[in-house]
Design a binder for this molecule. Structure first.
Ligand code: ATR
Length: 273
């Protein structure tokens, strides 16, 4: 029986073990998938210890260890290099470790599943933290007409935009966004504001003129950002539960070569929120 786990702190709330067990059931595989609570000091020794077991084939890594593990693995995927972070470690046959990040894949696959077009559209990404950084490359790969990152702290948005220099990809502050005349087709909220029930301070007209809002957070009811957009007349509002399952599905595929069907897993998780 192959072994997997997720490292994080806190970790008790992680849905990864149940998601991966549902995937394994679909694939007809018998796997063990655990949870590992670690501290900054003991994370790497615990990780090394986990991989001493010849049955340990891979792990997921969540906050606050995604950057730390990126420095530990022998090789990084192109996406993980841009993100500067790893959420999936793959043990290869020769015993070496590849670090990848599947968050961007999870997001774009969820948008496609929901019928949200990316190619040739104007996209606004709110926030310039780790969550935004992890999805940039995947969004740009689908060739939107433009991708604008807007952040409360303008400098951080500019720094992210500088990672992938291209004319239709810019970083701005909320102030500039409120003055811009540009209308967006899709607004993606990657800020951590939803977690504390806050709204990013962008003007209502920016939101009301878009056709679709996607919040990377999720809860048992629409997030404050989704509710705000609905009140402003945005018809299509989605939360990030599908992204969570999508990033897990990509990890599972990297480990096993099996592509899980995400729809029943999203449905099952939704019923337990
Ligand atoms: P994560 O890994 O979730 O992206 P992070 O790296 O701490 O977390 O980044 C949090 C992001 O949410 C940042 O873009 C932050 O904006 P600042 O760079 O200006 O701090 C954004 N954020 C958090 N709370 C916010 C709020 N109330 N309004 C707007 N943006 C907020």
């Amino acid at each position: 029986m192959n072994k997997y786990t997720v490292f994080g702190n806190p970790i008790a709330q992680s849905k990864s073990p149940s998601i991966h067990q549902m995937f394994a059931e679909q694939a007809g595989l018998n796997i063990e998938y655990g949870r590992n609570l670690a501290t900054k000091e003991d994370f790497i020794p615990t990780l090394i210890d986990f991989f001493q077991d010849p049955k340990a084939m891979g792990c997921n890594v969540t906050a606050p260890f995604k950057e730390q593990v990126a420095k530990w693995v022998g090789e990084l995927s192109a996406a993980a290099k841009i993100a500067g972070a790893v959420n999936t470690v793959i043990k290869r046959e020769d015993g070496s470790f590849l670090g990848d990040t599947t968050d961007g894949c999870g997001l774009v696959q969820d948008l496609l599943r929901l019928g949200v077009q990316i190619k040739d559209t104007h996209i606004l990404l709110l926030g310039a933290g780790g969550a935004a950084r992890g999805v940039l490359q995947s969004i740009l790969a689908l060739e939107p007409a433009s991708l604008s990152i807007a952040n409360r702290t303008q400098e951080k948005a500019e720094q992210l935009a500088a990672l992938i220099p291209q004319d239709n990809f810019i970083g701005i502050g909320f102030n500039q966004l409120n003055k811009a005349l540009q209308a967006f087709d899709l607004i993606i909220n990657s800020t951590s504001a939803s977690l504390t029930g806050e709204l990013p301070a962008i003007s209502d007209s920016v939101i009301s003129s878009c056709t679709c809002v996607y919040d990377m957070s999720y809860a048992d009811k629409p997030t404050v950002f989704m509710q705000h957009a609905q009140n402003l007349g945005v018809v299509n509002t989605f939360d990030g539960l599908g992204m969570l399952v999508g990033q897990a599905a990509e990890s599972f595929y990297l480990w096993t070569g099996y592509r899980p069907n995400v729809a029943p897993v999203i449905q099952s998780l939704r019923s337990t929120l």
